[in-house]
Write a protein that binds this ligand. Structure first.
Ligand SMILES: [Fe+2]
Length: 354
């Protein structure tokens, strides 16, 4: 159990010898409810690559998909598979799986009382939220490289790397700068203190202190170590280059998926944490949260909390920019982010447990 996390009442069911899990009719019905609701919610706001991947994977609308079936389709596209894991796995295992192109997925599904929000990533989050983009070669190669780098990183560096995953794979937005500016002023860049906006706070988790946890346990993703209050401040602009190369040397060759890239005249969502949550799907592209252009160093310096709607999202211009990170020395970027210091959180401290 990750330090500071509440005990989960969910347990993954072990797959049988063929990799399949026997779900109840009610569990399938919950999937069907989530699937119907979320496909409607994302219709206008998910990025094209996500929707293209969802079509490719042909996830059942009314039955919880079985991992071997999803893996077979993913493998055909990008060589990825989905690996069944318990809800909690060590960070080292998480990174090792990604490096081996195996996306970890807990097999349980949320109960009805948690339809709208569940802190733990369940199979709806993993399959609906994450696997569609793993059909995209740019995204897939970034994720694999991220796993390799994380596997070799120190415990301290992994805390920084977790922010990169959080603000991309989990909560990333994508769109044109114009679209971004249309909703939020172009240069409200740093000002990382205060603000907040309407943040849903509090689920009764204990206030855990001043610095980020360097937990070595991942909740099956990077839903771990959220970073409660008061980092070491250091607001202000880190005007560092984000180091994104754009030379496209190692472009993936999967033309059909690349052709799914269409116009970027609007702000779209690609983060699986958003796209598996109806509330956050509408919120993320609405008027409340801050949105800033993706900048690697800025992302690494931005603390987050896992139990609230995000006060801030980073917006990629394209998946090529994400893929370009595979050619960046991420650990050097981490060192630079550490030298500059973390930004003050935009969120309040977690409330004390009742
Ligand atoms: Fe996730």
């Amino acid at each position: 159990m990750a330090k500071g996390m509440e005990a989960s009442s969910y347990r993954s069911s072990a797959p049988d010898a063929s990799g399949r899990v026997a779900y109840s009719a009610d569990e399938h019905a919950i999937w069907a409810t989530l699937y119907a609701r979320q496909t409607a919610a994302i219709a206008d706001v998910a990025c094209d690559e996500f929707k293209y991947g969802l079509d490719l994977l042909k996830l059942s609308p009314d039955q919880i998909p079985q991992l071997p079936d999803v893996s077979a389709r993913l493998k055909r596209e990008t060589g990825w598979e989905v690996a069944a894991v318990p809800a909690l796995i060590p960070f080292s295992e998480f990174f090792a799986l990604l490096a081996a192109k195996r996306f970890p997925a807990a097999t349980f599904i949320r109960r009805r009382e948690h339809l709208d929000y569940l802190q733990e990533p369940d199979i709806f989050h993993e399959l609906f939220g994450h696997t569609p983009l793993l059909t995209n070669p740019w995204f897939a190669e970034f994720t694999e490289t991220y796993g390799r780098i994380g596997l070799a990183a120190s415990k301290e560096d992994r805390v920084f790397l977790a922010r990169l995953y959080w603000f991309t794979v989990e909560f990333g937005l994508i769109g044109s700068v114009n679209a971004l500016n249309g909703i939020h002023a172009a240069d409200e860049r740093p000002a990382t203190n205060g603000g907040a906006g309407a943040i849903a706070t509090g689920n009764g988790l204990a206030r855990d202190g001043r610095t980020q946890r360097a937990s070595e346990v991942a909740l099956n993703g990077i839903r771990i170590a959220d970073e409660s209050p008061a980092m070491d401040g250091g607001a202000g602009a880190a005007e560092t280059a984000n180091g994104l190369a754009r030379d496209g040397r190692t472009q993936p060759t999967h033309e059909s998926a690349l052709n799914a890239v269409t116009s970027r005249d609007r702000l779209k969502i690609y983060g699986g944490g958003i796209l598996s949550s109806p509330g956050e799907t509408a919120y993320a592209v609405g008027p409340v949260p801050q949105r800033r252009p993706f900048d690697l160093i800025e992302v690494l310096r931005t603390p987050y909390r896992i139990d609230i709607l995000q006060p801030l999202y980073y917006v990629l211009e394209s998946f090529r920019d994400l893929h370009a990170l595979t050619r960046v020395d991420l650990l050097a970027a981490v060192a630079e982010a550490r030298r500059l210091g973390l930004h003050a959180p935009l969120f309040p401290p977690k409330p004390l447990a009742a």
